[in-house]
Design a protein around this ligand. Sequence first.
Ligand code: GLN
Length: 483
Amino acid sequence: MSQETLSGWVRKLQAREISSRELTRLYLDRIERLDPQLNSFITVTAESALAQAEAADARLANGEQTPLLGVPVAQKDIFCTEGVRTSCGSRMLDPFVSPYNATVVERMNAAGAVMLGKTNMDEFAMGSSNETSFYGPVRNPWDTERVPGGSSGGSAAAVGARLVPGATGTDTGGSIRQPAAFCGITGLKPTYGRVSRYGMIAFASSLDQGGPMAVTAEDCGLMLNAMAGFDERDSTSVERPAEDFTAGLNQDLTGLRIGLPKEFFGEGLDEKVRGVIDAAVEVLKGRGAEIREVSLPNSHLSVPAYYVVAPAECSSNLARFDGVRYGHRCDNPEDLMDLYTRSRGEGFGDEVKRRIMVGTYVLSAGYYDAYYLKAQKVRRIIADDFRNAFEDVDVLLGPTTPELPFALGAKADPVSMYLSDIYTIAANLAGLPAMSLPAGEIDGLPVGLQLIGNYFDEARLLGVAHQYQQETDWHTRVPAAFA
Ligand code: GLN
């Protein structure tokens, strides 16, 4: 039963083969029974979920057909949820109960989704392994000694283990795609501006973008239908006509030009991962796609540029958590300075502090030009590389990550952790849509295939992914312990 996809459940709910209440119970039971092995949820909202399910059943009985009516989902704990703790994986916000809903949450509620709870994540979305969470690490359902990826690792592990059919994530440098790859699920980072950031706690505002994580491309399209759209409360939200992201799923791939950026296949890529990607290329060729080699000559600069821009923005965004306006306040401060330093010292974990320090440094008067301005220029030439590539091809394809899910504790040095996102970060710097989908298995661990599209070309990406998923069954596989 729990193997059904989100779209499958939508059909069954509409056909009245199951009620939302039964479905919600089914997944709540799985969470209760299985999540102790994974730690993928920070908060489970069983009571309000059942109330939402009952409301959905009443609407279903009335013949309503909103896109997610009655389907259980989970929200990454970076999205503000009214009346529910919103921690962002940090001690800083541990007791915070949001007085309002993020736009994404509001829209998914309006579409009829039932929220089962809030998923675990790296603290303030900084990390690639979920080990920086105040609530402890999340474990990978394929091997619980390994990490699920990050920062949306709770959402990825929960969907991978089928504790929920779909969940939201956010992706600043790879945090939807890398955990999707590590947990064997499908995840999409939309074009910057497609999904509102209102009520999504800010890490690096010019890079952050929310998106869907689910079993199939079709499921991601359905979720995106509910999530996307203009929001006047987010100044970077883009106004465009509404689109149905599931409408083009059945388009065949004849004549589609797929580019393989040669820089994504160089040194550092695990040979076995490469083999999986090569095999996926053959599948797409078989469906009529044309393959070309392309070059993104500046992609080696994406990680260094990102680790200037993202910390700079985070140092500014996180300044508000000072124990006065927002966040944890220390006990018995001696004076104002003591209040600030101890509240922030106690509230933030090491990785967040490291980024705040780097960010403050690169924005300081003497270094602004040398680091921050320089990184912004690099960002531009990275975006230009993509623009050139998309003159010759429709979609770019490569691995999502250079290696397989690694063991908990394996990457103690921050730079080796940062390199986990070597293939994902460039799309964030350029603002492009990109996704990861399961494309193989090595030693019992899933491998992700990445597709990057031109601006606002999510429907095409989902179409390519759907065609691939018609031909393959990697996305249907569930780790044995959770089947
Ligand atoms: N792993 C990257 C980082 O630590 C990306 C995180 C993200 O996309 N939120 O910054």
